[in-house]
Design a binder for this molecule. Structure first.
Ligand code: DCM
Ligand code: DCM
Ligand code: DCM
Ligand code: ZN
Ligand code: ZN
Length: 271
């Protein structure tokens, strides 16, 4: 996601975590404010193009070599790069957060990666190989040119919340609060239990693959419903947005709710 998606998922997670989890992560991240998760959610994007952070570049996605819209699927052995992917990156950094043998600063850094990668794992085009996850597909958004990846990272979410009128953190908090209501007492209340069905931080590869398959299926239904060639150069701010907006809303809600539950499990074993 762009920063709006990442900050919103982190605010949403902070809404649902237990008091113990909140205390554990405020201490680890050395931040006692309400934005203790939100303020670190985009950090992984700021390091990926630095010399130090280059090794994390492929950790943000998994390139599913499937064939949308005819067939969508993800295979860890087939699709996770030698240099790593979002599936094993989430697993490795989750293990580091609870590893008492490594220094606290490194466990804090691992927590920042975990918060970011749970988010990216819920963006459909971070679970797809076609055209570098849509980066090489030119489209129009309300008359202006973008690549399809950017549209799914940022444009759809920004339009869904009514545009970027306000400070980024304020907009994200407002959206997170609205999604929290939908989860607690709204359109997602009945299905939210199913969102945690496969969640087990001690089996992070299986959990992440279940989330990845669910997300990758949306590539066939909502990203490329007519195939990758048909979308090139198309205006996506109209009917396409009408179908994609609710998908983005649900993926951000799932990511935030699952992030909270993931951090709760980690905090239970954190010493
Ligand atoms: N980004 C950043 N710093 C960089 C590169 C990108 O903050 N040096 C941000 C800008 C976009 C987001 O990353 O909002 C895109 O994330 P991704 O490219 O991982 O989808
Ligand atoms: N930021 C903000 N509002 C907040 C928290 C952070 O505008 N409540 C901004 C300040 C920095 C950036 O986000 O430009 C990164 O924040 P941090 O230094 O906390 O990572
Ligand atoms: N990306 C992706 N799948 C790829 C390549 C890149 O999902 N095969 C994502 C990572 C960033 C964005 O696309 O969010 C831009 O990547 P880069 O800056 O590496 O071109
Ligand atoms: Zn992206
Ligand atoms: Zn990312």
């Amino acid at each position: 996601w762009g920063s709006l998606g990442h900050i919103t998922t982190a605010y949403l997670a902070s809404h649902f975590v237990s008091n113990t989890t909140e205390a554990v992560f405020k201490e680890l991240l050395k931040n006692d404010n309400a934005d203790y998760l939100a303020s670190v959610a985009s950090w992984a994007d700021s390091v990926r193009y630095t010399k130090w952070g280059r090794f994390t570049k492929t950790f943000h996605f998994i390139d599913a070599h499937d064939d949308p819209p005819r067939s969508c699927n993800v295979d860890f052995e087939r699709d996770c790069k030698e240099t790593g992917c979002v599936i094993n990156a989430l697993a490795n950094y989750t293990e580091q957060v609870v590893d008492t043998a490594i220094p606290d600063w490194q466990r804090a850094q691992a927590a920042k990666f975990v918060i970011h990668f749970v988010g990216d794992l819920h963006q459909p085009l971070h679970n797809e190989d076609v055209a570098l996850g849509g980066n090489r597909i030119h489209v129009l958004w309300d008359g202006r040119g973008y690549n399809l990846h950017h549209v799914w990272d940022s444009s759809i979410a920004e339009k869904w919340i009514g545009g970027l009128h306000g400070k980024p953190y304020d907009l994200a908090l407002k959206w997170a609060n609205e999604l929290a209501v939908e989860i607690t007492d709204g359109k997602f209340t009945t299905e939210k239990e199913t969102w945690l069905k496969e969640l087990d931080y001690k089996d992070p590869i299986s959990t992440a693959m279940a989330w990845s398959r669910e997300c990758n299926a949306l590539v066939c239904t909502h990203v490329f419903p007519e195939g990758p060639k048909a979308i090139v150069g198309q205006e996506l701010g109209g009917d396409y947005f009408k179908a994609a907006g609710p998908v983005i809303e649900k993926q951000v809600a799932r990511a935030g709710y699952r992030m909270g539950a993931w951090l709760d499990q980690i905090a239970n074993d954190y010493l």
